[in-house]
Write a protein that binds this ligand. Structure first.
Ligand SMILES: Nc1ncnc2c1ncn2[C@@H]1O[C@H](COP(=O)(O)OP(=O)(O)OP(=O)(O)O)[C@@H](O)[C@H]1O
Length: 380
């Protein structure tokens, strides 16, 4: 393992922020730290960088214990959300700043700065000051300054969140392509789910200072380990169901808000009793109850009534009353409010979790202000 964190605890005063973090990152791997506001992402990044001292545990790079090493002795570079460029310096001097501090000869500094400018598409802007650059260009200068010193590890603290949506998409791809080309190990803090999905080899989800799940983007998306991760990854609908285990299946009991169903357990770890079923709006099928066929095997069959319908683009989004709650379901055609419906959720898209009977439903509200991209997304 190239970068490893073992048993890391961090606290500010008496408040414990990170608890028992174990994380091992390969050379050249791009890891995204994802979680809601205040879960400890930045603290973890700053602990890796050496700006925060853990109360216990070890940070090691290539087998070397750097837990107590100064930030500039770790072979890492940090890029912030606010570019932190020197306003009175030109692009060229900003990029060369770290090299000059290292005492490199002037000709070497100039050579390296040109290389960075070429790499980042900043040629021609050398003599501009940050005030005369766009947000995307400023962020590229900040990246150039970080990369100029040839770090082995690049730490990114929400570097894209100040950019507007279109620029963000292109800088996202630029950073990823550059990281792959240079073979740099990168750790990226974000609360934007999609950003983490498209950039990272591996996503690490933090909740309350602990790692709750880590894996490839598709693994986290398709097999969330907890209701928290499912909700965070966009499965915001939740319905409580009652069932029992029969061999390799989970049998959903019929009730006023659902039909009986036999679901394959397929590795799910649930017992009998009440479960929380979570699913995404786009993963379910909406049918008028009057002409709904029998549900297919391994499919949840929810019974409800359309409460309202809207058109966010590409599909119709229905708010459907199911039991005493509401779920969102997308469909290619609009069904009128008041229509009795069936909501069918295919087994692989239905995330089932044990829950204490009568316990509080996990609601997106638990994740802070809801935004367009999930419980806590970019741009807020
Ligand atoms: N210097 C500090 N002193 C005291 N508490 C702090 C300090 N820095 C952060 N905290 C607290 O530690 C917790 C974790 O903060 P951190 O910035 O790591 O979270 P985060 O996941 O990066 O959040 P966000 O996404 O909002 O940036 C928060 O409760 C925060 O208030």
């Amino acid at each position: 393992m190239f970068l490893s964190l073992t048993g890391i605890d961090v606290g500010y005063g008496r408040t414990s922020v990170l608890k028992g973090i174990d994380l091992a990152i390969d050379k050249g791997e791009f890891v995204a730290l994802l979680g809601s506001s205040g879960c400890g992402k930045t603290t973890l990044l700053r602990t890796i960088a050496g700006f925060v001292r853990p109360t216990c545990g070890m940070v090691a790079v290539a087998g070397r214990d750097v837990t107590h090493a100064a930030p500039d002795k770790r072979g890492m570079a940090l890029v912030f959300q606010s570019y932190a460029l020197w306003p009175h310096m030109t692009v060229e001097r900003n990029i060369g700043y770290g090299l000059k501090l290292k005492g490199l000869p002037r000709t070497e500094v100039v050579r390296r700065v040109r290389e960075m400018e070429d790499l980042l598409g900043l040629s021609g802007l050398s003599q501009r000051k940050p005030d005369n650059l766009s947000g995307g260009q400023r962020q590229r200068v900040a990246l150039g300054r970080a990369l100029a010193v040839n770090p082995e590890i690049l730490l990114l603290d929400e570097p894209l969140s100040n950019l507007d949506a279109r620029i963000r998409l292109s800088v996202r791809h630029e950073i990823r392509a550059l990281q792959q080309r240079l073979g740099i190990t990168a750790v990226h803090v974000t609360h934007d789910r999609e950003e983490a999905m498209v950039m990272a080899d591996r996503i690490v989800i933090l909740d309350g200072g602990r790692i709750v799940q880590q894996g490839a983007p598709q693994e986290i998306f398709n097999r969330p380990a907890t209701a928290f991760v499912a909700a965070f990854m966009g499965a915001e609908n939740e319905v409580r169901l009652t069932g029992r285990i029969e061999g390799d299946d989970w049998i959903c009991e019929s009730a006023a808000h659902c039909g009986a169903a036999r679901m394959r357990l397929g590795g799910r770890r649930i017992g009998g009793g009440t479960v929380a079923a979570r699913f995404r709006a786009e993963a379910a099928q909406l049918l008028a109850a009057a002409d709904a066929p029998e549900p297919a095997d391994d499919t949840l069959d929810l019974i409800g009534t359309v409460a309202s319908v809207s058109y966010p683009g590409g599909h119709w989004r229905h708010a459907v009353c199911v039991a005493d709650g509401e779920v969102q379901v997308d469909a290619p055609i609009a069904l009128a409010p008041g229509t009795p419906v069936r909501v069918r959720v295919p087994g692989p898209a239905a995330f089932l979790f044990d829950t204490a009977p009568g316990g509080p439903a996990v609601s997106p509200r638990n994740f802070g202000p809801a935004t367009q991209a999930g419980p806590k997304a970019s741009g807020d």
